[in-house]
Every structure is written in C-alpha cells, then in structure tokens.
Design a protein around this ligand. Structure first.
Ligand code: XMP
Length: 342
C-alpha cells in the first residue's frame, strides 16, 4: 500500500538527513524524472538546491519558458537557465552524421553543466549570499533523477548489445568528474510511481504524463544538418500535431489520442517538394508525423491514428507554418525502423 503523503514525508526526512546543511546541484531537463527529483528535493531543502537548466536550443515550442515558469515561478526554486543555443548550433553546423551529432550534443551538455557547477563553487567560496540570503557554499551533492529501471539496467542485468544502434545521451560519470556525492531520491521508484509522486508534489499532470523526449532533443528530429531555421519550423509543426492529439478523443475509449499513443512527434526532412497555394507554386520543406504504441520502447507499432485527425494536422501545419508544404505519416514499426529517425 503506497500512501503518497507518508511517502513524501519519509523521502523528505531522508534527503534532509543525507544532505544536512550542504548544497545540491541538479541538472534540470524538463523531463519527468529530473523534474520530479527537483520538486522533491526542493520540498526537502529549499534554497540549498540549485537547478541548472541547459537550454540547448533544441527544445520544443515554449518548453524552456514553461520549465522556468514552473520551477522558478511556481515552486520558487533556484534555477540557472543557461542559454546555450548559439554554442550548440554553432558546434553542430555542417555536421550531418547522426552519431556525430549525438556525441557533440552529449559532450557539450556535460561541458556546460561542469562549467556551471564550477562557477557555483567559485561564487560560493567564502562569500555571503546577496540580500542576506543563504550563501551558496558550493555544491557537494549532485542530484539525479535516476529511477529504478535505470538502476537495474546499469547493473548489467540486461544483456549488452553487440552493436550500438544509437549512443544515448546521459550524464553517467559526471559525479566522479565533478568530485560530488550522488543524491538519487527516485532510485527505488518505477515510472508510474514517479509520476504519481510528481502530481502529489504539485507538478502539473500535463508535465508529469508527457511522452518521453530524447536528451539530444530536436537535434535527432532534424535529419542531417541542424539549423535554427529548421528547428523553428519543426517546433511550430510539432506543437500543432501534439495539440491535435491532446484535443482529439477516441470515441470507443474516451481517451485522447495523446494518451492512446506512447510517443508522438514531428520529424523535419531537409528536402523540398513542389506544391500549390492559391495561384502560386510553392517549393518548401516536408515533415513526417510519427506516433507509436509500445510498452517498453524496445519494439513499437506505428499508431493507427484516425484519418480525420491526420487530415486536420496536415491541413493546419501546411496552412499555419509557412515553409512547410507537405506532411507525411510514418507507417514503420520497430523493428526494423527505430522510433526516432536518427
Ligand atoms: P529508438 O529511436 O532507439 O528510441 O527506437 C527508443 C526510445 O529512446 C528514446 N531516445 C533517447 N532518450 N536519450 C534519451 O534520453 C537519447 O539519446 C535517446 N535517443 C532515443 C526515444 O525517444 C524513444 O523513446
């Protein structure tokens, strides 16, 4: 029997005991796990927690602002938003290979985080906080939103694949490199428990029940070279697709198509095709809509979305996003395709 109020009280007590009067930093990504970890730790130790949110410019529409509004605005947590779009897009310029893109994004992420951690340490060394608030002494703990399935996976319980299909973006090894102790308050929880905990801590259900989003973000949803122009078009098209999925209910189950799919997103194809609008010819970019159903993300079926929904999405995207004149739907399952295109 899992009584949330008691669980939170116990978890808070444990965190307070572990941390004492030391400082904690946490890499906030906007994803479910780091968000719930941040909310829980903030509940326990307030301003002893500093969240570092690396905005790599490859987030979804308004995502960065939403993260800040939630954590800084509503929870009053200390959040440092690092505007790193130029850095990331600069390093990605001219790079088309998916694995190289993944490595660049993952590497920069670690660099930026380390730099912020070092700055915090330097700023805190010996001086009093502004306005008479607590001084940042420099963090001694690194908090991570590791959940139970992650623990099991890295414990070698799963057989290692012989070939790397995609190098996953993660921050393994960071605590040692930074000389920090680890704080992982979600280590014993399954995903659905993490979500319940998030809601109980006051995070909005839309945030906590979001589809997964890969660490490299739109960097792997823009095929080939990543450009700001492409990212901006993709963000707007994807926001329309997700809005329609959230607003369209399936009659039979009463659930929305967002709930009925495990992951859904838009992919930007850097090719142009000819179209017609009014009396004119257009020559614009193509996007693919992708929606899958899966229980473990190891295999997945493409979702049989209603034609009427697909029609509305393509109509709106082509009408509202100048620069895109063709929308396709991905009907590939995993395997042999993967969920993301890169
Ligand atoms: P694939 O494309 O391999 O994706 O079928 C399986 C699941 O993993 C997600 N994914 C990632 N998640 N960092 C992440 O945190 C990554 O680098 C990454 N790459 C893929 C993908 O969105 C899907 O849910």
């Amino acid at each position: 029997d899992w009584i949330m109020g008691d669980y939170i009280a116990e978890a808070v007590a444990r965190i307070r005991e572990q941390v004492g009067d030391e400082e904690v930093i946490l890499g906030l990504s906007g994803g479910v796990d780091s968000s719930v970890a941040a909310a829980l730790i903030h509940r326990a130790i307030g301003d002893q927690l500093t969240c570092v949110f690396v905005d790599h410019g490859l987030l979804r529409l308004n995502e960065g602002d939403m993260v800040m509004e939630m954590f800084e605005g509503k929870l009053h947590a200390k959040v440092i938003r690092v505007q790193a779009e130029e850095l990331f897009l600069g390093q990605l310029a001219g790079v088309t290979d998916p694995e190289k893109k993944r490595k660049i994004i993952g590497g920069l992420f670690v660099d930026v985080f380390k730099e912020e951690a070092a700055k915090l340490k330097a700023a805190g060394a010996g001086h009093k906080g502004e306005h008479g608030s607590r001084a940042v002494k420099g963090a001694t703990f690194l908090a991570q939103g590791t959940i139970y399935p992650d623990v099991v996976e890295s414990g070698g319980t799963k057989t290692k694949k012989a070939t790397t299909i995609k190098s996953h973006h993660n921050v393994g090894g960071l605590p040692e490199q930074l000389g920090l102790k680890l704080l992982e308050p979600l280590r014993e929880l399954f995903k659905d428990e993490v979500r319940e905990l998030g809601v109980a801590l006051g995070l909005p259900p839309e945030m906590v029940y979001r589809h997964p989003f890969p660490g490299p973000g739109l960097g792997v949803r823009i095929l080939g070279e990543v450009k700001k122009e492409y990212a901006d078009l993709l963000r707007r098209a994807d926001a329309i697709f997700i809005e329609e999925l959230r607003n369209t209910k399936d009659e039979a189950t009463g659930k929305t198509w967002y709930e009925l799919t495990s992951q859904a997103f838009t992919v930007f194809l850097p090719v142009k095709s000819v179209g017609v609008m009014g009396d004119g010819r257009t020559y614009d970019y193509v996007v693919a809509l992708r929606a899958v159903q899966t229980s473990d993300f190891m295999t997945a079926d493409w979702a049989e979305l209603p034609y009427s929904l697909l029609k509305r999405c393509s109509g709106r995207i082509i009408n509202e996003v100048r620069g895109i004149n063709r929308v396709t739907y991905d009907v590939s399952s995993k395997p042999p395709a993967t969920i993301e295109w890169e």
